[in-house]
Design a protein around this ligand. Structure first.
Ligand SMILES: Cc1ncc(COP(=O)(O)O)c(C=O)c1O
Length: 374
């Protein structure tokens, strides 16, 4: 089965990992620091906090923002559940705003209609690798005293009017799962504008340990001393994973170029195929395409999904609207609340997209899909 996503690992990636295994630090060492510095640079940020997954990055972000019961997070239903569940875990209420009909990105007009004085965060998702419209979302957030969060699990390496993903929102979270634009196996990171928020994020992902003498509440203990002011978890990324991430980051722009070539090949081939709608792109953005989400019209998505899988093409569907998950349905969210997201879900099909996909394989996907559509 041709997968819909897959990592690309070369000899330099392997050597980078082996070098760490031969060294002194398996975790909390220099590879973690080097990877965090490189991520911050790639994102146009002053500091990055690495962590064990994109899900962890979201949990860290919402914790560092000190969200709790009574606070609201406005977000999109067209995402992986973690964008919302990280906020639910810290006790915040989720308010779903619909997506734009064409891009499947959080619609600023829909956000504008639901923000209140309880809104603390507007969390958008760069679905498929296409940055959301933060220039429209930020003024709405500023007006109600909220922060913007970019769930950039799909989009690291992309830009909007030349500004890198990571610099577009107050807080940005990344994922380094193997299908993503770069990988550490499991892994993630967070970058943000406010250094104080970055410090809280770092502490939360490090069990809440305070190691800065000037902030000690218990003075004069001795050089071994560290203390906890707020509860945290151990979400640290290892040096082994960080070494892989650092090597992968050097290849990110090459990965992005190859992904864009494949997207262009799909777009050109499907432009004239009836029954399909290809993904749009705003002129001012340069996406780092993670998914190729084609829309299968005429109620045929399921049939086409099954036919493609039967022919060895590992298509995927991204995503079930978040509020359809039983955990959110049990909280009282009802189907029908975001019609654009539900219409998109009914038609969406992710075709194989990863850097090592050959033109021959892309043409095989194109031929099979065209054939299946008949
Ligand atoms: C939009 C989005 N957010 C968050 C995540 C969570 O990332 P991870 O799988 O690294 O926990 C993912 C990954 O599946 C994702 O696609």
């Amino acid at each position: 089965m041709l997968p819909y996503g897959r990592q690309s690992i070369d000899e330099e990636d392997i050597e980078a990992v082996v070098a760490v295994l031969r060294g002194d630090w398996l975790t909390t060492g220099p590879a973690v620091t080097a990877f965090e510095e490189a991520i911050a640079e790639a994102c146009g940020a002053s500091r990055a906090v690495s962590c064990t997954s994109g899900t962890a990055a979201l949990h860290i972000a919402y914790s560092a923002m000190q969200l709790g019961p009574g606070d609201e997070v406005v977000t999109t239903p067209m995402t992986f559940v973690a964008t919302a569940s990280g906020a639910s875990l810290v006790g915040a209420d989720i308010v779903f705003a619909d997506i734009e009909e064409d891009t499947a990105l959080l619609d600023p007009a829909a956000v504008d209609a639901v923000v209140t004085d309880r809104t603390r965060v507007i969390a958008a998702v760069d679905y498929a690798g296409h940055p959301a419209d933060y220039d429209a979302l930020q003024p709405i957030a500023d007006r109600v005293g909220a922060l913007t969060l970019a769930d950039a699990a799909h989009s690291v390496g992309g830009t909007d009017r030349g500004r890198p993903v990571g610099s577009l929102a107050d807080v940005t979270t990344l994922s380094f799962f193997p299908t993503k634009n770069l990988t550490t196996g499991e892994g993630g990171a967070l970058v943000c504008r406010d250094p104080e928020l970055a410090r809280r994020a770092h502490e939360f992902h490090f069990i809440g340990l305070v190691r800065d003498e000037e902030r000690f509440a218990i003075p004069d203990q001795g050089p071994w001393h560290q203390e906890v002011h707020e509860l945290g978890l151990n979400y640290r990324l290892t040096d082994v994973a960080s070494a892989l991430g650092l090597a992968q980051l050097r290849r990110l722009q090459g990965f992005k170029r190859r992904r864009a070539e494949i997207v262009a090949r799909y777009n050109a081939a499907f432009a004239t195929v009836a029954g399909l709608r290809t993904p749009p792109r705003r002129d001012d953005v340069d996406p780092a395409w993670h998914l190729y989400p084609v829309r299968v019209l005429d109620g045929r998505r399921r049939e086409v999904f099954e036919a493609m899988r039967a022919r060895g093409i590992g298509v995927q569907v991204n995503y079930l609207p978040v509020y359809w998950h039983p955990v959110y349905a049990a909280m009282g969210y009802r189907r029908g609340m975001c019609p654009n997201a539900e219409a998109f879900y009914a038609e969406e099909l992710s075709l194989p997209l990863f850097p090592d996909l050959t033109d021959t394989q892309v043409d095989e996907v194109i031929g099979t899909l065209t054939d299946v559509l008949g």
